[in-house]
Design a protein around this ligand. Structure first.
Ligand SMILES: *Cc1c(COP(=O)(O)O)cnc(C)c1O
Length: 431
């Protein structure tokens, strides 16, 4: 079936006049898959609808925030109610207190938080805090972990970069890049050697505890436990970047999943229920170094604005309902299992990696935990699959390095349709 894309194509041509590459975020540009991007005008539950009248079952879910699917009535109504009274005051609000209480009381690893407007801003601020608190400058990150487009972290980062083959962005002073040390994930010997040499300069180690921006590189618990211990020994802060995993693999995210206590955690995506919200938080003793209590400056005109916070509260309250995460996880495991049973029976060089309600198509049979283990042909293979699936009414993020998400709005019927479509598309790909 040929997908109708005329209107999206036209809009994209128009968009290119106004925005670099026609988009406001690079992965949206469909550069690594066939065709131009689809212009979406409506989402409802597990479906999105484009300008040409096509309907898709959506597994991109706005890149992660929509754990309750599109247009959830509780979130929509909370926002609609709030906007009756104005959009922003630049003052503290009652709802701000409520969300602060909601996340710290239900999260064992958060004493205090500061709200910002994006994941990038959260990470940028957490890094500044780590430096301000420790009085040290260097940071250590891992290859394949994406931490937003923060200057000092644009070194060997996530999918957009892997996809476009840029190892680092232009416009970042070398002096700054030199403050960032990078090692492969799970490289215990490398971390040990590096700390022996640099621990006196190292402010923090930052990691996506569930790396999900460059494939889904699920780490061994022991690696994270070991990092925690090492950071304690050397008095280095451990930052978990949970912008994607926070409130996704459980209310306490990866920290709760692995039972490893980071010093600071960064959030975004799900926290805003689809609105632009981020936060960083952690131990009170460290957070109290943030202005106005402490010397680490951080501020935001629209931080914790009441509309975004209303969406966040409604979204988090749904997450806290009994059995919410268990159901999502079971649904996702079943989905993955049915596809991989088919591909294993056929002997395809394919598997899926999954944790909670996150999944990734691994074009290889073996578990992958570092970015260099990813099949270098992933995008060539994914490109074929992506188009096949679009034509069957299934929408995945437009890169083979991106993960997919299952939301509470995905129905059994939609998942059945998708399993069938995936199996058929994989048959076409490997035929
Ligand atoms: C998405 C993401 C970010 C960046 O968040 P933005 O809201 O896009 O700025 C940072 N870290 C991780 C782990 C992410 O997944």
């Amino acid at each position: 079936m040929q997908l109708k894309r005329d209107t999206s194509d036209q809009l994209f041509e128009e968009a290119k006049k106004y925005f670099p590459g026609g988009v406001n975020s690079p992965v949206r540009a469909f550069k690594s898959v066939h065709g131009s991007p689809l212009f979406i005008h409506k989402g409802d539950k597990d479906r999105i609808y484009d300008e040409d009248g096509n309907e898709f079952i959506d597994f991109c879910c706005s890149w992660g925030p929509l754990i309750h699917g599109h247009n959830h009535p509780a979130i929509r109504e909370a926002v609609a109610e709030t906007i009756q009274h104005g959009l922003s005051f630049g003052t503290p609000t009652r709802s701000g207190v409520k969300i602060g209480q909601l996340i710290t009381e239900n999260h064992s690893y958060l004493d205090k938080v500061r709200f910002v407007c994006s994941g990038t801003e959260a990470v940028m601020s957490a890094i500044r805090l780590a430096r301000g608190y420790t009085g040290k400058t260097k940071i250590l990150k891992f290859e394949g972990c994406y931490h937003g487009h923060v200057d000092s972290l644009m070194v060997k980062a996530g999918s957009g970069l892997a996809t476009f083959g840029i190892s680092t962005s232009a416009g970042i002073p070398e002096a700054l890049a030199q403050e960032t040390l990078v090692l492969p994930l799970n490289d215990l010997a490398g971390v040990e050697t590096l700390l022996a040499e640099h621990h006196e300069d190292l402010a923090c180690i930052i990691i996506e505890p569930i790396p999900a921006n460059n494939g889904l590189l699920i780490q061994d618990t022991s690696f994270l436990v070991w990092l925690r211990k090492l950071c304690d020994d050397y008095k280095i802060l451990l930052i978990f970047d949970e912008v994607i995993s926070g409130f996704r693999v459980g209310f306490e995210g990866a920290a709760g999943h692995y039972k490893v206590a980071p010093d600071l955690i960064t959030f975004g995506k799900i926290l805003g229920g689809g609105m632009p919200v981020g936060a960083f938080g952690g131990k009170a003793e460290i957070m109290d170094h943030v202005a106005p209590l402490g010397p680490v400056y951080q501020a935001g005109t629209l931080s914790a604005n009441p509309v975004a916070i209303a969406a966040g509260i409604a979204s988090l309250e749904l997450c806290l309902q009994e059995g919410f995460y268990e159901n999502l996880q079971l649904k996702t495991m079943d989905f993955v299992q049915r596809i991989t049973e088919h591909t294993a029976a056929k002997g395809y060089d394919f598997s899926m990696q999954q944790i909670g309600s996150i999944f990734w198509l691994n074009f290889g049979k073996h578990r992958v935990i570092t970015s260099d283990q990813i099949n270098p042909e992933v995008n060539d293979l994914f490109k074929v699959l992506h188009l096949e699936l679009l034509q069957k009414g299934i929408y995945l993020g437009p890169s083979g390095y991106e993960v997919g998400f299952i939301s509470s709005a995905h129905t059994q019927e939609s998942l059945d349709i998708t399993v069938q479509a995936m199996c058929d598309s994989l048959d076409t790909l490997y035929r």
